[in-house]
Design a binder for this molecule. Structure first.
Ligand code: TXA
Ligand code: MG
Length: 321
């Protein structure tokens, strides 16, 4: 069921069920973060490996202090500046957070999402919500209720309808090594915005073989269509077999009906908001291959390019020697 009825949502969560919730970034698949049995259902429904830890969502810094050990100075500065918003902080956890949420790590990912309905929901619950993006593992994240319905609708009882996501790409993940801030995933809060508040940050998107942030697995955000980033590759195809994702300007020699535009006005925020719907739309184009144009590497151009690169990995494997 897709509805904006909060009491329904609360009842289902209190009984240990999963529901989909809106946030400003993408829709989440939520369960009581203090209940390991409820949380285990998230991994089943998403087909998500247990080594990939979840983000815990709450509505206030005070509440978050009930389940993290401390907020290092820079993390508090970021939290106070950007929450509610598209920022996730990695902090040392208290025991009340079950191991299944953090894949056994002693840290927990936390975030206050900026969506009025979900903030209201969180404030009416006695527990925070563990929630990954509400898509099958490895697929494009959902930014509208109908995206969740199409892929997980038969596996969950309820989708809380909060309309289209206003940011459209996942949160930026920031962790700390001592005083050093490290960005583990590029997302809806730009590197530039973070630097303005805390100064230097390191970007570490490929942390280890046991990925700290598997949002960073190379192949991710994959629609069922071959996507390439190299214009040369499409030259060997018939014109009518080629589609494109472009920032604003159409590409000559590719049929206009096969081109998807991220933002006519070259607006990064609009491009981010449209990105995942457009990746999904590629599946409806009657073409064999899609060329995706990268944006300038600045602001939200960076996380958008990151998603396009990962969406294209499958095709790289089949087209590279
Ligand atoms: O915008 C978002 O962040 C959305 C909405 C629903 O809040 N959520 C989301 O969750 O994108 P998910 O599960 O798709 O991505 C969470 C990322 C994963 O890459 C995971 O590895 C990382 O957060 N993560 C979670 N806990 C962590 C931890 N303790 N240390 C390092 N990375 C962690
Ligand atoms: Mg995800």
């Amino acid at each position: 069921m897709i509805s904006d009825n909060l009491s329904n949502a609360i009842k289902l969560l209190n009984e240990g069920n999963l529901i989909a919730i809106p946030t400003e970034t993408v829709y989440g698949l939520a369960a009581n973060a203090f209940d390991p049995v409820a949380v285990s259902k998230i991994f089943e429904v998403k087909n998500r490996p247990k080594f990939d830890p979840l983000i815990v969502h709450s509505y206030s810094i005070e509440k978050i202090k009930e389940f993290v050990i401390s907020f290092p100075e820079k993390s508090l500065l970021l939290a106070e500046t950007f929450w509610p918003g598209p920022l996730t902080l990695i902090l040392k956890k208290k025991n009340i957070i079950p191991d299944i949420v953090t894949s056994g790590l002693d840290s927990v990912a936390v975030r206050i999402p900026n969506h009025p309905l979900t903030l209201k929901l969180l404030s009416m619950l006695d527990f925070p919500l563990a929630a990954p993006s509400a898509n099958p593992f490895g697929y494009v994240s959902p930014t509208e209720p109908k995206h969740v319905q199409a892929q997980l609708g038969d596996k969950i009882p309820f989708i809380l309808n909060g309309g289209k996501c206003k940011v459209g790409i996942e949160s930026t993940i920031v962790g700390f090594e001592g005083e050093k801030a490290i960005i583990y995933r590029l997302g809806g809060l730009s590197v530039e915005d973070i630097k303005e508040v805390i100064g230097k940050v390191k970007i570490n998107l490929h942390s280890s073989s046991n990925p700290l942030a598997p949002g960073q697995l190379d192949k991710h955000y994959s629609p069922n269509k071959t996507i390439v980033l190299d214009l040369e590759v499409i030259k060997s195809f018939e014109k009518s077999d080629v589609g494109a994702i472009v920032f604003s300007d159409l590409i000559e020699n590719i049929p206009i009906e096969n081109q998807l535009v991220l933002s006519k006005n070259r607006d990064y925020s609009e491009a981010a908001r449209n990105l995942f719907s457009i990746l999904r739309e590629t599946e409806n184009l009657a073409v064999k291959i899609i060329y995706a144009e990268l944006l300038p590497e600045e602001g939200l151009g960076r996380p958008i390019n990151d998603r396009l690169r990962r969406a294209s990995v499958k095709s790289k494997l089949s087209h590279d020697k």
